[in-house]
Design a protein around this ligand. Structure first.
Ligand code: ATP
Ligand code: MG
Ligand code: MG
Length: 529
């Protein structure tokens, strides 16, 4: 019920709509099970879900577009279902393009019999060249019988069959190159993860998509804008096969700077060990960004706000993270961490014996709950803060009160020890420096690691000719050791908190058996990471 309420609230603020919705709305998200879902897929999935489930009282199909057995795996299929669930997307029905292999084969036979397709054994380069130049294939006028015989060879997966493909007979020289006799069936003897060795021929996306959309009753087919040239071809297939009309709705592809979204390239990052895996916090996968602290409401908001825009932009990650910050800031509990490097011990004169007090975890949101704050005469502070102090300066120990710096012991430039006089009657509004600190008595400090990620790539947008491996950053992650307040021991994996004056973090692994807890920094939008 909570999800429903939140959804309709945001739904009101987006102005995206479809045309011709009187007879109902059926949308579909058609991932190929050849990798994990990334943020670009999230856009497609969320838009389809939005139209089907929020804007209109419709139906959402998730269709595995499993027509290329060389790339596809059960592992990916399972992960896609899980990732959709993570995003709060519940398909009304899960289907497979492979459910329709029989029908599609029948359509292929029919389109050949109607004289609207032919078998071709022109090699790849020549075919590409002929398509560019508007030259007809030597097989274009083969007889129906010849074409059917070649389809049979392909179907058997024979050596002869492997040489052939089937092409729609649309045009040789249409100005729109997508109309120049596209390939509709290919021979591929690899076993399919669902249909095994039953089929040796597979429809291409151009053939499969309009047929299955029509059979499944899709009313609005959402496609990314770079398919626009293929829209007339899509309509040609529907008309030629006398199938039900489907409306195409184009939307802009979503890209991010210094980020690859092609599954082939993402697979390479994983295989080459450049990232920890598909779910590494620096991967642009749904799992990756979630692990880095992205929340689902923020992702939905960011994506739906772009709405029907057809501009393909290379987004700064900072924009998405700034949206996320808006969602986590009001609810993230506040904690304290002090870096171990050159940590400064301080004696606080005038402090009472060690004791703890219950304080709110969030200054502005009491519903976040309470935590224990420990106070004692010995505390630790960070080097950077200590270094800035001047003799007799009045400073504020956050969530405690003011203190006056009486002694600064140094070794070279590094502060080694401080002596402070507690001065609680001082005005915290009048101090220039408000510093974080932790009592070293009266609580058990929690060792933590703070992990920061940078972009994987050193170039904003890779060009066609660039080899991704030449642009891998040398400095992918930075780690800092620190100690945190005692309350941090109770946090669970996935919890999102703020370490005051540092930023937001997501607990990746709680502390265990002498190992520090691992926190991953959540970008807040400023650094644009
Ligand atoms: P990849 O380049 O990663 O292989 P794809 O488009 O081939 O991507 P599919 O699994 O076929 O991957 O995509 C499923 C759906 O997601 C398609 O409808 C596709 O248009 C959409 N999609 C893929 N990438 C993006 C993106 N960057 N922005 C928006 N939508 C995308
Ligand atoms: Mg695809
Ligand atoms: Mg692609």
């Amino acid at each position: 019920r909570e999800r429903k309420a939140a959804k309709s609230k945001e739904g009101a603020s987006y102005d995206i709509s479809l045309k011709n919705t009187e007879k109902g709305v059926v949308t579909r998200f058609p991932p190929e099970p050849s990798g994990y879902l990334h943020i670009g897929h999230a856009k497609a999935a969320l838009l389809n879900d939005y139209f089907a489930h929020e804007k209109y009282n419709g139906t959402l199909l998730v269709r595995f577009d499993d027509t290329n057995p060389s790339n596809e795996k059960q592992e990916y299929q399972d992960a896609i279902i899980e990732d959709l669930a993570l995003m709060g997307i519940k398909p009304d029905k899960v289907t497979f393009s492979s459910d329709y292999f029989d029908e599609m084969y029948q359509y292929c036979v029919q389109i050949i019999k109607d004289g609207n397709a032919y078998a071709d054994d022109t090699d790849k380069e020549t075919m590409a060249h002929q398509r560019m130049e508007g030259i007809a294939s030597k097989n274009r006028d083969a007889s129906v019988e010849e074409n059917l015989a070649r389809l049979e060879e392909m179907k058997k997966g024979t050596e002869e069959g492997l040489r052939w493909c089937i092409r729609a007979k649309i045009s040789v020289d249409n100005p729109n190159k997508a109309m120049r006799d596209p390939v509709i069936y290919r021979c591929n003897p690899s076993p399919h993860h669902r249909t095994g060795t039953k089929w040796k021929i597979y429809p291409t996306y151009d053939f499969c998509c309009p047929i299955v959309d029509a059979i499944e009753g899709v009313t609005h087919a959402l496609r990314t804008i770079e398919y626009r040239d293929r829209n007339p071809q899509y309509q040609w297939m529907l008309d030629t096969l006398k199938l039900r009309h489907v409306q195409v709705w184009d939307f802009a592809r979503m890209n991010f700077i210094r980020t690859v979204l092609s599954k082939r390239k993402l697979t390479k990052l994983v295989d080459q060990g450049i990232v920890w895996g598909w779910d590494a916090p620096n991967m642009p996968t749904i799992r990756g960004i979630r692990r880095r602290g992205m929340t689902v409401p923020a992702l939905r908001e960011f994506i739906l706000k772009q709405g029907p825009s057809k501009n393909i932009v290379n987004f700064e990650w900072g924009l998405l993270w700034a949206t996320n910050k808006k969602h986590i800031d009001p609810i993230a509990p506040r904690h304290t961490a002090i870096l171990n490097k050159d940590v400064v011990k301080a004696t606080v004169r005038g402090a009472p014996a060690p004791y703890t007090e219950d304080k709110p975890k969030h200054g502005k949101n009491p519903s976040v709950g309470m935590k224990k704050v420990a106070y004692s005469g010995s505390i630790v502070l960070e080097q950077e803060d200590a270094k800035s102090f001047k003799q007799d300066e009045e400073i504020t120990l956050m969530n405690w009160g003011n203190a006056i710096v009486r002694e600064i012991k140094k070794s070279g430039d590094t502060v080694t020890e401080l002596v402070l006089d507690l001065h609680l009657e001082g005005d915290v509004k009048k101090t220039e420096k408000k510093v974080t600190w932790l009592a070293t008595e009266g609580q058990e400090l929690v060792p933590v690691e703070l992990l920061y990620f940078d972009h994987i790539l050193t170039k904003d947008a890779l060009q066609e000719e660039d080899d991704m491996m030449d642009f891998i950053s040398k400095n992918l992650e930075t780690k800092e050791d620190a100690v945190a307040d005692c309350n941090v021991a109770e946090l669970k994996e996935g919890d999102i908190i703020q370490f005051e004056r540092k930023g937001y973090y997501r607990l990746d692994k709680p502390a265990s058996a002498g190992k520090p807890a691992l926190f991953i920094n959540i970008p807040s939008g400023k650094g644009g990471r």
